[in-house]
Design a binder for this molecule. Structure first.
Ligand code: ATP
Ligand code: MG
Length: 249
């Protein structure tokens, strides 16, 4: 069975993530894609994130319609940053001998891979599927590799003429998946969180848009709303649910 690990902050998960997973599943004949929100993403510790529980709930709602998409708890609380190397090793321990694991990742994240925890070891654990905008060519992915794995300049030059295909490396391979990049980001959704769920659902699946509205998420991220107002919103929803349950008693 072919399986992909798709890690991220998913704050929140959006249509771009789903589109990528669908395209990868089609091209690489994947039976399962594990969507794995990180409790503590090593690279996103500056900004305050929505809680892991909220991000996981949204991933669960977004993946509900597709049997291949698994909301994964692999990167739930570990007490420290969630390093992909450790997660992938944990996931591999659960797989059978005939299973093949891929690491699904966007080019913007792959560009930083040299700064990750033990990147050479991670690249040797499984093959990578790198999703990028059409303007990228294969050498962009190759140039992002840690020095120990980076092909020499003449090879990089050849790759720069190739838009699609695979970079074969000792102990791993990087496959490029092109033409699936949707111009949507979690940043954009956080900034638009004040909009009605109906409008938000152009960027995220409708149940996720509803969830953002119900839980008053990201209200302090977009500018107009002050943090206090967001907190007030949370209290009101809490109070509403208490009064509802009292009515039902
Ligand atoms: P943010 O705006 O907060 O950086 P994001 O939209 O980039 O969020 P992440 O959770 O950081 O979402 O991304 C998880 C993975 O999905 C990363 O590998 C990232 O490169 C990839 N990705 C994000 N948005 C897209 C998109 N529109 N198309 C393809 N891949 C994407
Ligand atoms: Mg990002």
């Amino acid at each position: 069975m072919k399986i992909a690990f798709f890690g991220g902050t998913f704050d929140p998960v959006h249509r771009g993530h789903l589109e990528v997973a669908r395209a990868a599943a089609k091209r690489f004949d994947l039976s399962l894609v594990y969507f794995s929100p990180a409790d503590i993403p090593p690279h996103k510790q500056k900004r305050k994130l929505a809680s892991f529980e909220h991000r996981f709930a949204m991933v669960a709602l977004a993946t509900a319609g597709d049997k291949r998409f698994i909301p994964s708890l692999l990167d739930a609380y570990t007490g420290g940053p969630n390093y992909s190397l450790e997660t992938v090793r944990r996931l591999k321990n659960t797989l059978g001998k005939s299973d093949r694991l891929y690491f699904l990742i966007g080019m913007d994240a792959f560009e930083e891979i040299g700064t990750w925890y033990k990147p050479v070891e991670l690249l040797h654990e499984c093959e990578f599927i790198v999703v990028s905008r059409p303007s990228y060519s294969l050498d962009d992915a190759a140039r992002a590799l840690p020095k120990a794995l980076r092909p020499p300049e003449p090879v990089l030059k050849k790759l720069s003429k190739q838009q699609v295909g695979t970079i074969e490396l000792p102990g791993t391979a990087i496959h490029r998946l092109d033409d699936v990049w949707e111009s949507v980001s979690s940043t954009q959704i956080r900034a638009a969180a004040r909009k009605p769920a109906k409008q938000l659902s152009r960027l995220v699946p409708a149940p996720v848009a509803e969830y953002i509205e119900k839980q008053h998420l990201y209200l302090d991220a977009g500018g107009k709303w002050k943090a206090g107002r967001a907190a007030q919103g949370k209290m009101l929803s809490f109070e509403r649910s208490i009064s509802r349950s009292r009515k039902n008693e």
